[in-house]
Structure formats: C-alpha cells, structure tokens
Design a protein around this ligand. Structure first.
Ligand code: PRP
Ligand code: URA
Length: 210
C-alpha cells in the first residue's frame, strides 16, 4: 500500500490545504485553492511521463533537447466536486481530453449512484487521471475507476486532495494497480461518512450550495 499512495507534502500544497480546510474560506477562494492544489499535484502525478529526444534550432545553433514522448492524457473528473480540479490540471496539460463520470453518494446508504458517463472515444490510447477532491469511504472512486476500466485505457491514476484511511484501504484492495496521489491522509470518517478533520462537503463549498 505504501508504494501505491503518494502523499504530496510540498510546502505550497500544505499551505494552500490549510486555507482550503478553514471554514471561513468562501467559495471563490475555495475554488481557486482547489484548482491550484490540483495543478501542483498534477506536476507530481505526471513525473513519470516518458521523454524522447528532439532536434531544435535555438538562436545560437542546433540543440538536442527533450519532449514528452507522444503520450496522450485524459482527465476524468467525478461530478460534481472533481470539476473543481479540471482548470488546474488543464493549465499544465492543455492538450489532454476530458471525460466525465457522474456519481453522487446516497446520503442514507453512502453508496455511489451513477448518473452520467462520457469518456473520450480514443480512451484506449490514453493514460487517465481521475479527479475528485475527496476519498472518503472510497465508494465513488472505486466505482468510477471500475467504469473507466471497462473502456481499457492504457493506465489509470487517481488524484484527490484529502483521503481517509478507510477509503485508502477499500480503494487499494479493489484497485491495487491504480496509484493514488493526495495532499493529506486524515484521521478518520465520522458516523455519517465525512472526513475528519477534512474540509466539509467539497462539492457544496466549490459551488456554494451549502
Ligand atoms: C463527494 C466527493 C466524492 C465522494 C466521496 O461527492 O466529491 O465524490 O463524495 O465519498 P466516498 O469516498 O464515500 O464515495 P458527493 O457524492 O457528495 O457529490 P457531489 O460531488 O455532487 O457533491
Ligand atoms: N465528500 C465530501 O465532500 N466530504 C467528505 O468529507 C466526505 C465526502
């Protein structure tokens, strides 16, 4: 499990996460912080992209330099809260395609309910990074990735901001092949499935629907 879950403790990420958690942070700043943290996490989650040599001419002469080796990416936010991470990751990888998986957690059962799915038609040729700020029980991420696996992408990673230990355990048992990138692993889930200390309901704070 240790080799599957990467906690990104970069000072910039941790500083922004503190503001994100603060209950006095309003929707506008919350959205900006989610986007910025997603961008910083994406930098780390794409560290293993392969490079290839290319020849270019600088104003001073010829140079052999490197570019990303034709690898195609797709980002797949889990609706709704995952949408908040899309701008940040696209700022780093503007050529990536974006799919969407619509899931919500039934408040009584905590089980994810699927209501939408639209993935890029060439997903088989792509490496996929699934986006959702919260990994709580793990149900939503587990189901989203099971749905995406049916389309056989080249690889899948999961990027969140806060994870609960319970969610990590459930997720890594079902999808041991999917690396998880997060900014923090919190203490626990409360009795209604919210992460403690967490940040509250990410979707509601992003979209101001509290
Ligand atoms: C939240 C969050 C995750 C899910 C995590 O979404 O954004 O998708 O809960 O919980 P889990 O790990 O226990 O499945 P929610 O269902 O509240 O929908 P929303 O994004 O529309 O607010
Ligand atoms: N979804 C959220 O948005 N927050 C939590 O703490 C758990 C699930």
């Amino acid at each position: 499990m240790e080799n599957q879950v990467f906690v990104m403790n970069h000072p910039l990420i941790q500083h922004k996460l503190t503001h994100l958690r603060n209950k006095t942070t309003g929707s506008k700043e919350f959205r900006e912080l989610v986007s910025e943290i997603a961008m910083l996490e994406c930098y780390e989650a794409t560290r293993d992209l392969p490079l290839e040599d290319t020849q270019i001419e600088t104003p001073m002469g010829m140079a052999t330099t490197q570019v990303i080796a034709g690898r195609k990416l797709a980002f797949v936010p889990i609706l709704r809260a995952g949408l908040g991470m899309v701008d940040g990751v696209l700022a780093l990888v503007p050529a990536a395609k974006v799919g969407h998986i619509g899931l919500y957690r039934d408040h009584e059962t905590l089980q994810p309910v699927e209501y939408y799915s639209k993935l890029p038609s060439d997903i088989k040729e792509r490496d996929v990074i699934v986006l959702d700020p919260m990994l709580a029980t793990g149900g939503s991420a587990i189901d989203a990735i099971s749905i995406i696996k049916r389309s056989c992408p080249k690889s899948i990673k999961f990027m969140c901001i806060i994870a609960a230990p319970e969610g990590i355990k459930a997720f890594t048992e079902v999808h041991p092949d999917v690396h998880v990138y997060c900014a923090a692993v919190d203490e626990k889930l409360n009795e209604v499935g919210y992460i403690v200390p967490g940040l509250g309901d990410a979707g509601d704070r992003i979209f101001g629907t509290l």
